[in-house]
Write a protein of this length. Sequence first.
Length: 247
Amino acid sequence: MRFKESVIGVSVQGRPIRAITVGHGPIAVMYNAAHHANEWITTDILLRFAEECVESYKPWYERVTLHMVPLVNPDGVEMVKRGGHRHWKANASGVDLNSNYPAGWELAKAHKFARGYTKPGPRDYVGPYPLSEPESRAMAQYTRLVKPMVTLSLHTQGEEIYWRYRDHMPPGAEELAKRLAKASGYLLEDVPSESSHGGYRDWFIEEFNRPGYTIECGLGESPLPFSDFDGIYEKVCPLMKEALGLV
């Protein structure tokens, strides 16, 4: 079994945003990583999971198609890893991609502006309008094309799972959230008020009324060192399998 690869968009600086798919079943599930540049270790986590998925044929291939976008923010990750911008979260235009989605965007803008994030910079600037950035537009377009039943967004850090948005309670969301927590040992939490609104998970839940989760991988300060990879993967891999109904 091999995964299929496609280009779903192009970043500010012209880098391809790639999706990979495994399986060919009628149920779509979608995972993404590295909305934030200094959380690049999540890309490696998702790629490792993709490699494990294609090592041999598995029965779930007939039931599920798993769509993965391992590197939502390729320009920002390049800046962090190559350019010395260690704490940079945004894309190359200085927009926080996970604050650039339509759900509650005006509220996100009010929160961020009140904290001084009023212009492009390393973090927390919501952009001039929702989906202003090619990376967030590509994610929204691909999600609408795929129409996944469940989404996981890998971030760092805190070993927490954020599972709801405002009063939206998609069918089955709480039950699956508890299973993800049990599989990983992570805690179920509500998003801090200063980080609410404008995120991919927020938008997915609001638009599709289906379960969407933010997984805050690992502990420490982002960017987490690669030496943490094995410990993170040990906890997150069972969680990703649980979302596929594999354990």
